[in-house]
Ligand binder design. Sequence first.
Ligand SMILES: Nc1ncnc2c1ncn2[C@@H]1O[C@H](COP(=O)(O)OP(=O)(O)OP(=O)(O)O)[C@@H](O)[C@H]1O
Length: 312
Amino acid sequence: MIMRNCRDSGADERRVTVKPARFPSVPSFGLRKGMMQMSSCSGNCGSCASSGGCENQMENRMKHVKQAVLVLSGKGGVGKSTVAASLAVMLAKQGKKVGLLDVDFHGPSQPTLFGLQHERLEEGPNGLVPAEVAGIRLMSVGLVLDNPDHAVIWRGPAKTGALKQLLEETDWGELDCLVMDFPPGTGDESLAGCQLLPIPKRAIVVTTPQEVALADCRKCVDFCRRLEVPVIGIVENMSGFVCPDCSARHELFGTGGGARLAEKEGVPLLASIPLDPAFLKSCDFGELPAGLEKSSAVRGELDKVVRAVAAE
Ligand SMILES: Nc1ncnc2c1ncn2[C@@H]1O[C@H](COP(=O)(O)OP(=O)(O)OP(=O)(O)O)[C@@H](O)[C@H]1O
């Protein structure tokens, strides 16, 4: 087997294209930790000269966040971002203070779901100011990159560093719940999320009914178990499609997969969300909150997820 020299890969994290002014310490991932321990921390990161390099910064930010809900999946394209965004919006509708952090660095979808893909976030006196949309506070790497169309070419340590920065440097304020939308699989981002967060965290695993998705989601549940992150339950998405013309139900991706996975893993099946083309269209147009309003079938199932999350 020929080992490639990683310098030849062309994928060097020094090519990170985030704006330095907005995302100041991206190129120095992990270097500052431990070097600038504050002896007289006021807890006000915004006015602190060491902002971005302080041992206490994660704790200071996160002490105002009651809990995190990690939305995971073993497979891409199963609707994880859609479920995470919907969950955040619906929790906010119930009066909760909700943050939504898009941890999918290579394919951040959250700005698109809310029609914010052309927005750029500013830095305020107390850190990066998240976008306020549909009652939630949204942060995504897609909102701080110089050019959202450029590929993000980061290795694991860069991703861990970026996640740490987004958690530490975003002015989340007080939150009842931080919903985190992870990329598919159990790689660097999911691992870093589980290990970095100093607050109670639980996970939701999103799957579609077919075996190829279930097999990967099984690994996701195993991942949570090993990292001692309680799994609230499984969400089966794209679970059947009701034809808008003839009202016949079609099981496009098979049936009962989510229930089988839940039973096998001993966790609840929280919801079976149907595939709704009108909802998809709303999401594509950046109108997820309006799409949720219109699709009672999708909303009804997501409501079960909201109840499960709200139940401590
Ligand atoms: N219940 C649903 N009904 C209709 N369309 C849906 C539904 N759930 C998700 N979609 C659509 O499916 C596509 C994929 O969804 P989404 O981006 O949320 O998946 P994902 O798991 O986050 O993907 P990835 O992790 O690969 O980025 C999107 O176009 C989304 O609008």
